[in-house]
Design a protein around this ligand. Structure first.
Ligand SMILES: N[C@@H](CCC(=O)N[C@@H](CS)C(=O)NCC(=O)O)C(=O)O
Length: 221
């Protein structure tokens, strides 16, 4: 019987990264099981929906990224302290989840003659529009200390940090005209356990799997 909670995912940051960041920031003891592409066919049938991440904690086996984040949000009391902050937490999560799914659809599944056009439209129009809306939304929080949902840490902060860091990793400088989001990125990266994790060997170097293999940050941090 495994005593420590166990996170099972590919050997990339991908969907597991906000979960890893949360566990690291909480100082949780956990086993980060990183599956290679070669090993995945053997592991796949052992997971509830044939997909990862999967989180195992005591008697719970939890598939689905956001179910895991909400489980950890309840476990560590990271869901907001009042109704306005709980709403902001949920809205942040849903918005970033949609963006991730759109991005995966445009870059992962599309093929055919219009795929380049659709990718360009996503990078040049859809993504900047969303980043701009998130900059406004973030700025509307009442927090004096830089959180996304009220005045305390929530799962939205891990999701938002992973989002802005992912933008900066793939498109260095893209956040330059979004000073509030960039300020949040830098402030959150300075959290002691987040900083330690980001410079540790525990962190997968690759962002995700592209059609030709692993994709790495254009520049670190
Ligand atoms: N909605 C699911 C999606 C999970 C998902 O698509 N996982 C991918 C990796 S990012 C996967 O397991 N792919 C391997 C496969 O489908 O065989 C979640 O957020 O957890």
């Amino acid at each position: 019987m495994n005593e420590k909670p166990q996170l099972v995912y590919f050997d990339i940051r991908g969907r597991a990264e906000p979960i890893r960041l949360l566990l690291e920031d909480m100082g949780a003891e956990y086993e980060d099981v990183q599956i290679t592409e070669n090993d995945w066919p053997n592991i796949k049938p052992t997971t509830p929906f044939g997909r990862m991440p999967v989180f195992r904690d005591g008697k719970h086996q939890i598939p689905e990224t956001y179910a895991i984040l909400y489980f950890l949000g309840r476990k560590y009391d990271l869901l907001g302290t009042d109704e306005p902050s709980r709403i902001r937490c949920d809205v942040t999560l849903e918005t970033i989840k949609d963006f991730g799914n759109r991005s995966a659809a445009v870059f992962g599944a599309l093929s055919g003659s219009d795929s380049d056009d659709r990718r360009r439209a996503f990078v040049e129009q859809e993504a900047p529009a969303l980043i701009s809306a998130l900059e406004t939304f973030y700025g509307q929080n009442s927090s004096q200390n830089g959180f996304w949902a009220g005045d305390s840490l929530t799962i939205a902060d891990f999701s938002a940090f992973n989002f802005v860091e992912g933008i900066e990793n793939q498109f260095p400088g893209a956040l330059a005209s979004f000073s509030q989001l960039d300020g949040f990125r830098k402030q959150f990266a300075a959290r002691p356990r987040v900083r330690d994790y980001q410079t540790s060997a525990r962190r997968p170097a690759a962002l995700f799997y592209g059609p030709e293999g692993k994709i790495y940050p254009s520049k670190s941090g």
